[in-house]
Design a binder for this molecule. Structure first.
Ligand SMILES: Cc1cc2nc3c(=O)[nH]c(=O)nc-3n(C[C@H](O)[C@H](O)[C@H](O)COP(=O)(O)OP(=O)(O)OC[C@H]3O[C@@H](n4cnc5c(N)ncnc54)[C@H](O)[C@@H]3O)c2cc1C
Length: 392
């Protein structure tokens, strides 16, 4: 039996605690907040999108995508679903996105905590980990008020996404202290701010519209997503934008030119749009171009799109190929996840440090960020399983 200390009581930390305690290890979770699993409560708008039935390959950005594949192949959607149904939580699928049957993230949190309690996992809240030191026997985990000896340490402190006190997330500094490479946390799965003053209080704020969005980096057309885009006072948001932000995060930090090409009427060709507008204007001689466009798109959007142009062809071109120049992503406080973290090449297939045996990094503390759709919790649980498999 090993004495394992888990730094961080979030999704990955709790899953690891349960897996390890089931193997008979003595497990202590150190959590800085008053209550654990706080972020889990807000996942999926409080409904908690636990995992996804799609192939997990290609759904992650990481310093070592093959390792992510290997880890998620060993413990993927099927195993995660078994794990939760085994706890007594019924699940359901919404177009392959898996949720608890009653759409309650709070229940996921409660079931994880009850299982941990029944396995006698010690959960110490208001215990902020400040450092981890190697000793002859193993490790000492330092908190603000105490020191915990451990045979093995699992770091599961997450990333700085949606965190009120990002300076407390110590995974990168712990890793660097042991000589491991890290990558800075950068926001991902978040909205995009437009370039220039024009985007301050954009007229289209408040509109939600189905659109096809294509990511263009330094003129190269890349990934495409379609779905409901939210138009805001700072720019664009919504799931398709979040998906593209994952790929845009690093290029933006490197100063590359990033644009989103928006097609506001993906179900029509440019010619069909032009014809529709032309017909509307021919039928109603008093119609302005703006009035004609409102027959196709919400008024606030029609206003933005018809600004400064008079011809129907030009309007159709703009509706189908609207160029949104990206200044930056929204900050980490608004992001669902971050890219960056401990470089995965520093960790073995069980997410144990190659340089420091006995020290593991799991969840978002690792340089792994997934698409929207349950892929991030999938990584949290898969990585927890990978680490606990190794600790015997
Ligand atoms: C609004 C929102 C919606 C989301 N929706 C989904 C979704 O539906 N599906 C999905 O797959 N993913 C979703 N995610 C992402 C998902 O929540 C994270 O990827 C996941 O929680 C990461 O788990 P983790 O254990 O690595 O980190 P976390 O869950 O962030 O847990 C880390 C824990 O460590 C604690 N901690 C940090 N520093 C210290 C310290 N120094 N000492 C002690 N404790 C510390 C934190 O307080 C926290 O409890 C969402 C995220 C957000 C913000």
């Amino acid at each position: 039996m090993k004495n394992v200390v888990i730094a961080g009581g979030g999704a990955s930390g709790f899953a690891a605690a349960v897996f390890l305690a089931r193997k008979g290890h003595r497990v202590t979770i150190l959590e800085k907040n008053e209550v654990p699993l706080k972020k889990l409560l807000v996942t999926g708008n409080g409904r908690c999108n636990l995992t996804n039935l799609e192939n997990l390959k290609g759904k992650y950005v990481s310093s070592d995508p093959e390792k992510v594949e290997a880890v998620t192949a060993r413990f993927g959607a099927a195993e995660i679903m078994d794990f939760f149904t085994g706890l007594g939580l019924a699940l359901k699928s919404r177009e392959r996105w898996i949720y608890p049957r009653n759409d309650s993230a709070a229940l996921v949190s409660r079931f994880l905590q009850l299982e941990a309690a029944s396995l006698k996992v010690k959960v110490k809240t208001r215990e902020r980990v400040t450092g981890i030191v190697r000793t002859e026997e193993g490790f000492t985990v330092h908190t603000e008020t105490w020191q915990y000896p451990a045979d093995m340490v699992v770091v599961s402190t997450g990333s700085i996404a949606s965190v009120a006190d990002p300076e407390t997330v110590i995974s990168n500094s712990v890793a660097e202290g042991f000589g491991l490479k890290t990558r800075p946390f950068l926001p991902a799965l978040t909205g995009m701010k437009g370039k220039g003053d024009a985007w301050r209080n954009a007229k289209w704020a408040g509109v939600r519209v189905n659109a096809r969005c294509r990511l263009v980096i330094d003129g190269e057309r890349l990934q495409e997503e379609e779905g409901e885009v939210q138009l805001t006072e700072y720019g664009i948001s919504g799931i398709p934008v979040f998906q593209l932000s994952l790929a845009a995060s690093k290029p933006l930090s490197e100063g590359k030119n990033v644009e989103i090409l928006l097609d506001f009427l993906p179900e029509m060709t440019e010619e069909e749009v032009a014809l529709f507008l032309e017909k509307a204007r021919n039928a109603h001689k008093e119609y302005t171009l703006f009035r004609a466009v409102t027959g196709l798109l919400p008024e606030k959007l029609a206003d933005s799109l018809s600004e400064g142009i008079k011809e129907t062809e030009a309007a159709a071109r703009r509706i189908k190929n609207y160029v949104f120049p990206v200044h930056s992503l929204c900050g980490p406080e608004r992001a669902q996840v971050c890219t960056g973290g401990v470089d995965l090449t520093e960790l073995d297939e069980h997410l144990q440090s190659k340089k420091v045996p006995g020290l593991f990094f799991i969840g978002e503390a690792c340089d792994v960020a997934g698409r929207c759709g349950g892929f991030n919790l999938t990584w949290a649980f898969s990585s927890a399983a990978a680490a606990s498999l190794q600790i015997s």
